[in-house]
Write a protein that binds this ligand. Structure first.
Ligand code: PLP
Length: 221
């Protein structure tokens, strides 16, 4: 009897996304898998690129500046997204390096990013991060502040494509994903960056267009 070849973590994640999408009557192609490579060495990233992965995410500007220029020079078709909190004084570095920013969450950062875009003559699509569980110390704008921040961002020339969230740890994520979907709807936005290694299938069923997956692909950090 033929032994099935054990599939790679990347194949397993793709297959789990496809199953969740099918259950929800969605197309797996409408979900972008972002491989979150924070703390992982270039070799691990290159290995995933060799398997066909093309979209990656990092959470720190400095670490990305150290790791990514060499990888991108060798693989110009790879996209790099920023998913971590961004300080305004790093806005210019972020606009220069990343293809998408998921963590726009306050007026001062909007101003800094818009200024950096003008200075560098480069537009970077972004998501507004919402503090969906209303947690202290968590990144993201308050739900009530979303409409004003969105208006400010659009007027400043940012290309806002959707909303992003990291739900509270340790409780069921589904209600938070559903709320983010509703907020996007209410504000005329079509993309949802939600779902990580522990909850991405739920996120896909609830409309995620971008899932951010680290440990399920690369192993524990
Ligand atoms: C680290 C990180 C992820 C990926 O987390 P895993 O649980 O390893 O999949 C996703 N989103 C953000 C914002 C992160 O910082």
């Amino acid at each position: 009897m033929e032994q099935a070849v054990p599939s790679s973590p990347l194949e397993q994640v793709h297959s789990r996304i496809a199953t969740a999408a099918r259950i929800a009557g969605r197309k797996a192609d409408d979900v972008t898998l972002i491989a979150i490579s924070k703390t992982k060495p270039a070799e691990a990233i290159l290995d995933l690129i060799a398997q066909g992965q093309r979209v990656f995410g990092e959470n720190r500007v400095q670490e990305s500046q150290d790791k990514w220029p060499a990888i991108r020079a060798a693989h110009p078709d790879v996209q790099l997204h920023l998913v971590g909190q961004l300080q305004s004084n790093k806005a210019e570095d972020a606009i220069a390096l990343f293809d998408c920013i998921h963590s726009v969450d306050r007026p001062s950062l909007v101003t800094a990013l818009a200024k950096a875009q003008d200075k560098l003559g480069r537009k970077v699509p972004c998501f507004i991060q919402v503090n969906i569980g209303n947690e202290e110390q968590k990144g993201g704008c308050a739900v009530a502040e979303l409409p004003a921040l969105l208006t400010q961002a659009c007027e400043a020339g940012l290309e806002v494509v959707g909303l992003m969230c990291v739900p509270p740890a340790g409780i069921e994520a589904a209600p938070f994903f559903a709320l983010l979907d509703k907020l996007a709807d209410d504000n005329g936005l079509s993309r949802l960056s939600m779902g990580m290694s522990d909850d991405f299938e739920t996120a896909v069923q609830l409309g995620a267009t971008h899932v951010r997956i680290g440990s399920a692909l690369f192993g524990k950090r």
